[in-house]
Unconditional design. Structure first.
Length: 264
């Protein structure tokens, strides 16, 4: 049994456990025999590239994880991985810039798989006035910036609610990807000082959790709802992990404040 065979079995078992599937369930979904899958996981059988691609699809493995599976078996990665600065990513880079910059005067940003800032418009930058320089040095982690005591947390009016939202989203991302860096980030952010857990009112739940942020310049409260955009048909690892976050005014006062800010 080779190192590659043993390792690919470990990767498969890890992801099968993450998806809470039995060998029989996964084998049935991938249209292979449970015995064959058992042999692959134990290292007694060498899987073909086609079989691994099918298993990766049934396990809903992210592009990076699917590449790891292929490499573990001694095959070339199934997905390309280019830098955003690569010449053949020019169209993608321009599309991201168009969305982020075109969202002005409202805040928008793009982050990588670890929530490190890739691009932000001036509306985002204006909200960071007075933030500790230590948190603004590259790589600038957006979640750390949001919840760190020296970051935006002191300005977030509904911090308990927003913190719960961010940590829950990050937890689900860790479960989905198995990313150790994200897992460490979740542990770090969870350890920050926090207000009491948000109370659920007896009334109807909001359609979307708003971000209520005190403007560092005017002192007024800005209320936002956000949308998340990903490249759903991406086959490149970097592109599949890129996330665009656009914030929209949640009330007329916030809209007016941001619109008036562009005229000053």
């Amino acid at each position: 049994m080779t190192h590659h065979q043993e390792h690919v079995g470990q990767v498969l078992k890890e992801w099968r456990a993450r998806r809470r599937l039995s060998q029989l369930d996964l084998a049935s979904d991938a249209e292979i025999s449970a015995r064959h899958l058992s042999f692959v996981e134990s290292g007694r059988s060498s899987p073909s590239r086609e079989m691994l691609a099918r298993l990766a699809e049934q396990l809903s493995m992210p592009a990076r994880a699917a590449n790891r599976l292929m490499l573990a078996a001694g095959y070339a990665p199934i997905h390309s991985e280019r830098s955003l600065d690569a010449p053949d990513m020019t169209a993608v880079r321009k599309a991201v810039e168009t969305v982020v910059q075109g969202h002005m005067p409202f805040p928008a940003l793009a982050v990588d798989r670890h929530w490190n800032l890739v691009l932000a418009n001036d509306a985002i930058k204006s909200l960071l006035a007075g933030i500790s320089e230590d948190l603004l040095h590259p790589p600038l982690n957006v979640l750390r910036l949001s919840l760190h005591p020296d970051g935006l947390s002191s300005r977030i009016v509904n911090l308990a609610e927003w913190r719960h939202h961010l940590l829950d989203r990050l937890r689900r991302q860790v479960e989905e990807t198995g990313d150790e860096t994200l897992s460490r980030l979740h542990a770090e952010l969870s350890a920050y000082p926090a207000p009491a857990a948000p109370r659920h009112s007896a009334g109807a739940d909001p359609l979307a959790i708003p971000l209520e942020l005190r403007d560092p310049l005017s002192g007024g409260v800005l209320r936002f709802i956000s949308t998340t955009t990903v490249f759903g048909t991406a086959t490149d690892v970097t592109l599949s992990e890129l996330v665009l976050e656009c914030f929209y005014p949640a009330d007329a006062e916030t809209r007016a404040a941001l619109m008036n800010g562009t005229k000053e």
